[in-house]
Design a protein around this ligand. Structure first.
Ligand SMILES: NC(=O)c1ccc[n+]([C@@H]2O[C@H](COP(=O)([O-])OP(=O)(O)OC[C@H]3O[C@@H](n4cnc5c(N)ncnc54)[C@H](OP(=O)(O)O)[C@@H]3O)[C@@H](O)[C@H]2O)c1
Length: 274
């Protein structure tokens, strides 16, 4: 559970992350973070956009786990792109979370309202604020999220410090192979968001149900393990105590090659919202 991957700057990121998207009910959010830390998660993912940074900070403090044992990520909100805005909101995130550094900070989205025509210059200028905060020691690592090949092609030649992470939506049926390949070639670790999206469809899938018997694991555990074996850092969210624990029990089995190949070619019928 405490396995890590090393980022380009030598820092370690725990392989399994606890996500907090849509955790806006104060009790659910605080309890979820606290339980996750009590069960051994050491990586928490939030974002300015989620509106829950104070609650995440409270859950961390209530858990009693020392700050330095936790890998904490937040992300820049879309309206706060631009050098000065990003610089200011990094400090605001630190204040809300009750910490003086973040382990990772990401540009949440590459093309945001108001910058449809000049997203290229906007990303370069915004990134400069992350580089400066990294050099100032406020951010221990910096990265991007939802950046596709064209966004990376724009940013990479124009940055002083290359992004260390790309956090993108990934699961069977959504492989984003070009983005993964380019991100890795540029030295980034890949984080997978919404890795459990296929659960409803997979519940009807005979081969997947046979795998739950074969491995004695739930579909959620298979999907998270799939990410781990692909070398991704899965972020997963639950406000349910039992599921938080279930989702962490993925380090004591191995999906074999044939079943990995089944997931690789699996066709997803769900919707994408971007
Ligand atoms: N960068 C981005 O743009 C971006 C976008 C989306 C998400 N994220 C990050 O990635 C994290 C993960 O994505 P996600 O929140 O969509 O998470 P997810 O883990 O893929 O899915 C969460 C959903 O699955 C349910 N669930 C959790 N464990 C389960 C289990 N064992 N069995 C059945 N259902 C289960 C949860 O319900 P219950 O809570 O009721 O258990 C919730 O409805 C987010 O929380 C956020 O931190 C980033």
């Amino acid at each position: 559970m405490n396995k890590t991957i090393t980022l380009a700057n030598g820092n370690n990121i725990p392989i399994l992350g606890y996500g907090t998207w849509r955790n806006v009910d104060p009790k659910e959010c605080v309890d979820g973070v606290k339980w996750a830390l009590e069960y051994g998660y050491r990586h928490i993912d939030t974002a300015q956009m989620y509106g829950n940074e104070e609650l995440v900070g409270e859950g961390m403090r209530l858990s009693g786990v020392p700050r330095e044992e936790i890998f904490l990520t937040s992300k820049l909100d879309n309206p706060d792109h631009g050098y000065e805005n990003a610089k200011r909101t990094i400090d605001e995130s630190l204040e809300r979370l009750g910490t003086d550094y973040l382990d990772l900070f990401l540009i949440h989205w590459p093309e945001v309202a108001g910058h449809e025509e000049d997203w290229q210059a906007d990303n370069i200028e915004t990134w400069r604020a992350l580089e400066d905060a990294y050099e100032a020691g406020k951010l221990k690592a910096i990265g991007v999220s939802n950046f596709k090949v064209k966004h990376l092609e724009n940013l990479l030649p124009n940055c002083r410090i290359a992004p260390m992470v790309n956090q993108i939506r990934l699961h069977p049926g959504l492989n984003q192979e070009d983005t993964v390949k380019m991100s890795r070639e540029a030295g980034m670790v890949i984080e997978a968001w919404s890795p459990l999206s296929p659960i409803p469809q997979m519940e009807e899938d005979e081969a997947v149900n046979a795998m739950t018997e074969k491995y004695q694991k739930s579909i959620a555990q298979l999907l998270l393990r799939y990410c781990v074996q692909k070398g991704y850092v899965p972020l997963t969210k639950s406000v349910n105590k039992d599921r938080i624990r279930e989702n962490a029990a993925i380090f004591n089995f191995q999906i074999d090659e044939e079943d990995m190949a089944y997931f690789d070619q699996w066709q997803w019928q769900g919707e994408l919202f971007f």
